[in-house]
Design a protein around this ligand. Structure first.
Ligand code: NAP
Length: 245
């Protein structure tokens, strides 16, 4: 039985992942913004087999609360085997280009809140010399595209941070996994039209679970995005800047 802390637990990808660990009879601690949704999820996960489910309200942008929330979760669980950070938001790119407050909010939610949380999570994981830290970033962080480079830049910040942290924690036997989904059909993308490249949250959850099992470094989800992003990143800048992507 594993102790799994899930932050941003009401996200569709986090919910699918929580269901996977509940079926493994693991113990879950959920942090998310909407306490009512958390209660509904708690009941669902208990029915699916979780050995325990605790939850607490969490706002990613309330940085001052992060330490207290992580300490409480740690006191309740004793230790973390897996920590998944999954919250995020898709900012309005055009608005962000003229409104710094919107840009700051996008970076606070998608990047700085993650780094703040990691500051509180690293030490207990390091002391125990075991476990996995899993963060959902995005393929959008691999290359800045004109249609969503604020979101992409925030995710890239986290991916680069995770790369360094992975090396830092390697000798402490703590693995750091960067999950990079492509297009996923979730409330965040409800307004976008869907196509063949789109995946369901359950597919991403499977990739997360497998990544943890194999202690991977970077997991593209689904896996074909590794090839797509290799091609995207290989396009010379002189051509790329002309593409309306
Ligand atoms: N969907 C995609 O195509 C896609 C692609 C690549 C990466 N991702 C990443 O995957 C992760 C999960 O997103 P999703 O696709 O599952 O979308 P989602 O279901 O819309 O989940 C996003 C979650 O983030 C939470 N959140 C937003 N701002 C928050 C804040 N200030 N404090 C606490 N929680 C906050 C939302 O809380 P509420 O439920 O309270 O609104 C929501 O539960 C995100 O990091 C996202 O960037 C998604």
């Amino acid at each position: 039985m594993k102790n799994v802390l899930i932050i941003g637990a009401n996200s569709a990808i986090a919910k699918a992942t929580a269901r996977h660990y509940a079926q493994q009879k693991d113990s879950l601690y959920l942090l998310a913004r909407d306490p009512h949704q958390l209660e509904i999820q708690r009941g669902d996960l208990a029915v699916r087999g979780a050995s325990a489910v605790e939850c607490a309200a969490f706002d990613a942008t309330d940085f001052a609360s992060h330490g207290r929330l992580i300490t409480k979760a740690l006191e309740t669980m004793g230790h973390f085997d897996i920590v998944l950070i999954a919250h995020g938001s898709l900012p309005d790119q055009a608005l962000c280009e003229s409104d710094f407050e919107a840009t700051l909010q996008a970076f606070n939610i998608n990047a700085l809140s993650v780094i703040s949380l990691l500051n509180h999570i690293i030490e207990p994981m390091r002391e125990r010399r075991d476990g996995c830290i899993v963060v959902v970033t995005s393929v959008a962080g691999d290359r800045g595209r004109q249609s969503n480079f604020v979101y992409g830049a925030a995710k890239a910040m986290v991916s680069t941070y995770l790369q360094g942290l992975r090396g830092r924690l390697f000798h402490d036997n703590v693995c750091v996994i960067d999950i990079k989904p492509g297009f996923v059909d979730t409330p965040m993308t409800a307004h976008l039209s869907k196509g063949v490249l789109w995946a369901q949250p359950e597919q991403i959850a499977q990739r997360i679970a497998k990544g943890v099992e194999k202690r991977r470094a970077t997991v593209y989800a689904p896996g074909f995005w590794r090839l797509i992003m290799f091609v995207v990143c290989s396009v010379p800048e002189v051509i790329f800047k002309r593409l309306k992507l």
